[in-house]
Design a protein around this ligand. Sequence first.
Ligand SMILES: [Zn+2]
Length: 378
Amino acid sequence: MRPLGTAAVLIVSLASVACVEGFINEVEPVTLPEVSERARALHESALVADLHADSLLFRRDLTKRVSRGHVDVPRLREGGVGLQVLGVVTRVYAGTNLDRNEASGFDLVTLLGCVSLRRACFGGAFERVEEQAGLLAKNVARDGDLLWIRTKADLATLRERRAANANVVGVSLGIEGAHALEGDPANLEQAFALGVRMIGLAHFFDNAYAGSAHGVEKGGLSRVGRRTLARMEQLGITVDLAHSSPTAIDETLATVSKPVVVSHGGVKGTCDNLRTLSDDHVRAIAAGGGVIGIGYWEAAICGTKPEHWARAVRHVADLVGDEHVGLGSDYDGATTVGFDTSQLAALTQALLDAGFEENAIRRILGGNVLRVLAQTLP
Ligand SMILES: [Zn+2]
């Protein structure tokens, strides 16, 4: 009876994590613009790149299409996505909000780890990085047309292979919150070895590296934060300012020598809250050659329709040019969105409707992200 018992526990656990995911990564469908032939052709001719999704957290086989959540590889292909950056989330405390979070409480990633019988149930934050990197490796091994992007050469291979075969999708790995490194410089080296190529120093709470936009102190960079940034740039790990406090953003921009990204967010110009960037920060990020990924959820764009997204893109483009804005979905990041990744052609239509010309649209859809990665990757 024992194998049956184990199987029953496994089935219940997997059902639970699916249930949790169905509840927190919702699609509340919005009316999408009708995608014209022109928009469809333009979308297919672009290399669409999304800077941030948290899909690894939910332990799905991403090579299989499912009806919950926002991202899997079949849906990426249907949505014409050529590059998806996947973030690793290691701690989210119950009651997390945009305004003020302590770095303590009941950790929901632990809960998710326990219901799916993963190491994350007991392991530390860095073990969660190792585990999610392992999950990405498993997905890449399952699908010969998934290409893990770790170097500039991989980016070139992605362009070449995708030109011949639209099924080829690049994936890359990032971390949300340097607390995942647990203060140990060796963990940064190990993260790089595991394939991590993007790190946002802060997530929803202040940590030993940097202040969070949603923390208690909302301070700047610590000494270890500065050392970590310097080593990230040496290794070829892209600096991500999403969730950083305004002071941490200022101090990071004064420190770095390469372009940075904001992997998922919005702008105060169209949606003013603690999660979004001031015009001054948009200008400073653009001055360094960086790119701002605009999300599709309410707190990022004050709406969930493609036209709300295009309005934020237009704000950045009018302020600093269309070379500094891109896609930053935050899919599967406990977000409620109006469309999943299979429906991204609607964004191209929204950009045409907002009056952008075709080359600008190709840059916004992915060209800008690829330009920055080509400058930051090893
Ligand atoms: Zn996030």
